[in-house]
Design a binder for this molecule. Structure first.
Ligand code: HEC
Length: 208
């Protein structure tokens, strides 16, 4: 649903921009008669496109995962769009080239901002994904334990014990991770991560 609306919004915005560009070019090149004819012809289409543009835009903005570093870009974009619309209406009504051109500029820049914004959001998703991957028991084990115990648990570096042969249960493993024991010092992970590692060791290494 979200994806579908996002794509429709994109399409509608491109159409909207296209109509705008044509109208502005006509105005700027003094083709006023043609501009009137063109505006009349596409009046209905323009109303449909603008309505879809706003409706899909409003829907999408309610679905936005706010709280990121680049959210201000979103607000800049919204302000520009809402500035551009009345400027355009007045500009075309008064046949003011400056107003029509500035409105088109605003819309185009805000379109560019959306592009940058969604790319950044893509980066953000990528980061979140990486965090997820590195937070599973296996990855946490690899980065915190394998240096002494080995990926398979059998490496006994620095006096480490063979984890495949351990008799400890889940909570005892958990405790050693958080508090250390003898030659093994506590590992610098939080409780949640310690649980994940302990589960991984208990289920995938112990007895294997
Ligand atoms: C710097 C090396 C090192 C690292 C890193 C390390 N260990 Fe150890 N581990 C040891 C040593 C040494 C012992 C033996 C401790 C002792 O003297 O009782 C040990 C013992 C253990 C034991 C007890 C085994 C038994 O049957 O008595 C468990 C379980 C264990 N480690 C799990 C882990 C886990 C899980 C991690 C990662 C979160 C980890 N260790 C990281 C060195 C390490």
């Amino acid at each position: 649903m979200y994806k579908g609306i996002l794509h429709s919004h994109y399409l509608v915005v491109v159409l909207f921009l296209l109509i705008y560009v044509i109208k502005t070019i006509l105005l700027l090149s003094n083709k006023n008669e043609l501009l009137v004819k063109f505006s009349k012809k596409i009046k209905i289409l323009e109303i449909i496109v603008s309505t879809l543009f706003l409706v899909s835009g409003i829907y999408l903005s309610t679905q936005l995962p706010l709280g990121g570093k680049y959210d201000y870009l979103f607000w800049v974009k919204i302000i520009m769009v809402f500035l551009a619309i009345p400027i355009a209406v007045i500009g075309f009504k008064k046949s003011s080239k400056i107003l029509a051109a500035s409105s088109l500029l605003l819309i185009t820049v805000s379109f560019g901002i959306s592009e940058v914004y969604s790319n950044r959001k893509g980066e953000r998703k990528e980061i979140i994904k990486n965090e997820l991957v590195q937070n599973d028991g296996k990855s946490l084990y690899e980065s915190n334990c394998a240096s002494c115990h080995g990926s398979n648990g059998k490496l006994c570096l620095a006096g480490a014990k063979d984890l495949t042969a351990t008799l400890l249960d889940l909570s005892a493993i958990n405790k050693i991770i958080l508090e250390g024991r003898g030659l093994m010092s506590a590992v610098n992970v939080n409780r949640e991560q310690a649980n994940k590692i302990a589960e991984f060791v208990n289920g995938n290494i112990k007895g294997h």
